[in-house]
Design a protein around this ligand. Structure first.
Ligand SMILES: CC(C)(COP(=O)(O)OP(=O)(O)OC[C@H]1O[C@@H](n2cnc3c(N)ncnc32)[C@H](O)[C@@H]1OP(=O)(O)O)[C@@H](O)C(=O)NCCC(=O)NCCS
Length: 178
């Protein structure tokens, strides 16, 4: 998949680079970030984890996986992960941001940019995201971008020793206002 470079006020979405390892560890090594993500994003987040991530994204040709650069360093990530088989027109959106930059509107704008990219430049027709029940900020980000709550998967998630509901949000290209 072609990887775009998207510039907005206050941040840039761009491909990851091997030189991002130090910034990645600095911003990703936070239990409050890891708590909202899948277990593949660990806490503590070590230089070895950063190396594995940068190798993985360097070899990935299917998904759109971008760093969020803020003030000259990679301070978060956002990605679109395409599904297969009968779900091939679906893509899952995922994102995280360094706590240093929370609540400045960055992810709202980053999601807006990725939705525009997905619907204007790729065949995907449905974007979705899976949010744990204790993450109202992420739900708000999606709602501000026109995603609708489609389902609550009861006790679907085991994270940090807690069984939690997962909220499934989706946006259809047909209903996207652009
Ligand atoms: C969730 C996350 C991505 C949000 O990023 P962000 O750049 O801070 O988001 P924004 O500033 O664009 O928007 C956050 C919105 O949530 C609101 N919000 C923040 N904390 C909240 C809370 N506890 N309850 C309700 N709303 C909250 C903010 O007020 C803002 O809404 P508003 O613009 O209507 O005021 C960021 O906190 C993060 O990386 N968290 C850890 C990883 C994660 O949760 N990833 C998503 C997994 S689904």
């Amino acid at each position: 998949m072609h990887v775009p470079l998207i510039q907005r006020e206050g941040f840039i979405l761009r491909p990851w680079d091997q030189t991002d390892a130090t910034a990645l560890v600095k911003h990703a090594n936070n239990p409050r970030v890891a708590a909202q993500l899948r277990d593949g994003f660990p806490y503590p987040y070590t230089p070895g984890d950063a190396k594995r991530w940068l190798e993985m994204v360097g070899n990935n040709r299917e998904d759109v996986i971008l760093a969020i650069e803020v003030r000259g360093e990679a301070a978060g990530g956002i990605g679109l992960h395409g599904m297969k088989d009968v779900y091939k027109y679906n893509s899952e959106i995922g994102y995280w941001l360094s706590e240093t930059h929370w609540n400045k509107g960055i992810i709202t704008e980053a999601v807006r940019a990725m939705v525009t990219y997905a619907f204007e430049e790729t065949p995907w027709l449905r974007l979705f995201a899976c949010i744990y029940e204790n993450n109202p900020a992420s739900m708000r980000v999606l709602e501000k971008n026109g995603f609708a709550l489609e389902a609550i998967h009861r006790k679907a998630v085991m994270k940090g020793g807690l069984m939690m509901d997962e909220h499934l949000y989706a946006l259809l290209k047909d209903q996207w206002s652009g």
